[in-house]
Design a protein around this ligand. Sequence first.
Ligand code: GLU
Length: 430
Amino acid sequence: MAKAVNSFAAVQEEIRIAVKQLNLDTDVYEMLKEPKRSLSVMIPVRMDDGTTRVFSGYRVQHNDALGPAKGGMRFHPDVSLDDVKALSTWMTFKCAVVGIPYGGAKGGVICEPKSLSPAELERLSRAYVRATSPILGPDQDIPAPDVNTNAQVMSWMMDEYSAIAGHNAFGMITGKPLIIGGSLGRTEATARGVVFILEETLRTLGRTIEGISVAIQGFGNVGSHAAKILYDKNVKIIALSDVKGGIFQTKGLNPYKVSEHQALTGSVVNYPGAKTISNAELLELSCDVLIPAALENQITASNAPRIQAQVIIEAANGPTTREADRILESRGILVVPDILANAGGVTVSYFEWVQNNMGFYWSEEEVNRRLGEIMVQAFHRVHLHMTKEQTSMRAAAYLLAVKRVAEAMQIRGWVSGKSTRQDKVKVTAR
Ligand code: GLU
């Protein structure tokens, strides 16, 4: 069912509405509705048994008016060009909403990394870079980790790109290990950003974080770190899940212990003392805050009427469909949108790139302090705009982000931008 929703069509609609509401010319919509550049590659990889397998991969640069295109690399069997286009588009507006000098990009390879040996994964990562290197680079397009990729994959990619360039190019990719130009705080950055956003959200609702109950879907890099940071702040984590299923405990779970269990058994499921639930059931639990931290299109028109959380913080990209958004809004559930809520990762990626460019590295306190400043300021800009425009938080975030990108495109001479005639504003193309 999840795949029936086209995330790319959904984000195009978000852009269309924002362009119209901002009274911008149709050329702004024409530039933003499709990525500026999409590259599809076939990647031959020698497997351990001597055979060759050809993988399909993509790198999509949605927009680079504000700076080099930026965004993660996803290795997943369900990757499609449309998904990568949607993910790259979200990156453009994510960077714009927090005000970092980047455009948006995303990459993906159709593969099941768990079925590849470490050596095969290394050859695939290097071959992907060889295939896409003409459009990558520290001033052009900077990849980073995303679903099923990590610091090791970034290291191989950086090494391959450096071999092609003939010099170390640390700034061509972020999310690297510390020893080769990574930044302190990058691994936990998306989760830390999510927590900053949750704290600010609760503050505006006159509540504090202590003692609230939270359910988190997904126990990967974002979900597991968010759970641990929240647990350390005395938040009750009532449910957690991974691809294999979920666990529920009314008195609260200890995510550090769940992590140990997952490392030992390969899943959070069967954690001693917890009730086994499905990923779908997790979303409908009674709790204060729901944090989807897995994949797209999890909250849909069919389960939105049964969501019981008062606040949803979108740690994943695109977890809520447009239909679900409308249902949640009518039910008074506050949805803090992905392009704001999960921007902490790319923000610290930006810090990593700045440190690579300077060759001067910051302390973890400095990274976290700057991250906090950016996230809190962005939250209040969006929240203020939401109140002013009497709209949803997602619509407010898109209004601010589209305006920013449009302004850069206009001043660069890519678009005329501001419409002078009301009748020019009608955006019909889809
Ligand atoms: N993959 C992350 C995201 O979706 C991080 C991207 C980056 O750091 O460039 O935001």
